[in-house]
Ligand binder design. Structure first.
Ligand code: 6GU
Length: 267
């Protein structure tokens, strides 16, 4: 996969040289380039922003440097046959669609991702309209809070996508048993010593009974998800649960109705 990131703070993206993603780049699994938006300006002051039409606080990013930068990174991308897919342009913004593990999986199938890091109050909207001719444009938000710019969000999204690329995570099994891979939060984990500061590891994990361990872990996932992220249970497929799992949900205050979990009134 090819990834291009355009930012006025390319140094912000330095962590992409570290750890799993840095290794993936070294191993040639990921071709990632960071570009300084200012290098696509033509004025002496390398201006990237200006005051907003209509008034209001803050500054808006000017369209022309962005058009130059995006045209350059699209041209540097992988060869495509005429009329086949476009690169995906991801625009980090608190006003975007919510990024998720499902979207990370979608993006991991693409041949080129371009991230356009806005700062200030954002990028002139006409850039996104123009870019739609050359890219599939996807404004993306990490969640309902405000960052000063897209760079930190890009670090998160590149890591979430990069670790799904073939060969990046050494043991692909670890991608299966993790939070959100099955729409639930992950179960709690423990390591040695089995007794630590008067706290014991749950006995079932020392039992060697793999069936019991799997069931305990599943029930812990249900308990945690009900407590921390009950919204995830609204879409959980409860249609084919073993009796013990229905009972576990029953104890958490949920009934199974038509294959869906339903919070019992006054539970
Ligand atoms: Cl993707 N960008 C910015 N600037 N702020 C955010 C965000 C993204 N997601 C949440 N807040």
């Amino acid at each position: 996969m090819r990834i291009d990131v355009v930012s006025i703070f390319p140094e912000y993206l330095a962590p992409l040289e570290l750890s799993l993603i840095g290794k993936a780049r070294q191993d040639g699994l990921l071709d990632l380039a960071v570009h300084d938006l200012r290098s696509f300006t033509t004025d002496r002051h390398r201006t990237v922003d200006d005051t907003p039409y209509g008034g209001g606080a803050g500054m808006v990013m000017k369209p022309e440097p962005w058009a130059q930068a995006l045209a350059a990174v699209a041209a540097a991308g992988p060869e495509r046959a005429e009329g086949t897919g476009k690169p995906v342009l991801i625009v980090p913004s608190p006003a975007g669609e919510r990024f998720s593990q499902a979207i990370a999986h979608e993006l991991a199938e693409e041949d080129q991702l371009v991230f356009a890091c806005g700062r200030y109050e954002g990028i002139d909207e006409r850039v996104l309209e123009w870019a739609a001719e050359h890219f599939t444009v996807r404004p993306m938000s990490l969640g309902d809070y405000v960052l000063n710019g897209g760079e930190v969000a890009v670090l998160a999204m590149v890591e979430a996508v990069g670790r799904l690329l073939p060969g990046v995570v050494g043991n692909p099994e670890s991608l299966v048993e993790e939070s959100h891979s099955d729409g639930l939060l992950e179960y709690p984990v423990y390591t040695k010593p089995s007794s630590w500061r008067d706290r014991e590891v749950p006995a079932v994990l020392l039992s060697g009974n793999h069936g019991k361990i799997a069931q305990w872990r599943r029930h812990e996932q249900y308990r945690r998800t009900a407590e921390r992220r009950p919204d995830l249970l609204e879409t959980f497929d409860a249609g084919h649960l073993p009796r013990a799992d229905r009972t576990a949900f029953g104890e958490l205050g949920y009934d199974v109705v038509d294959g869906r979990l339903q919070r019992r009134p006054n539970a």
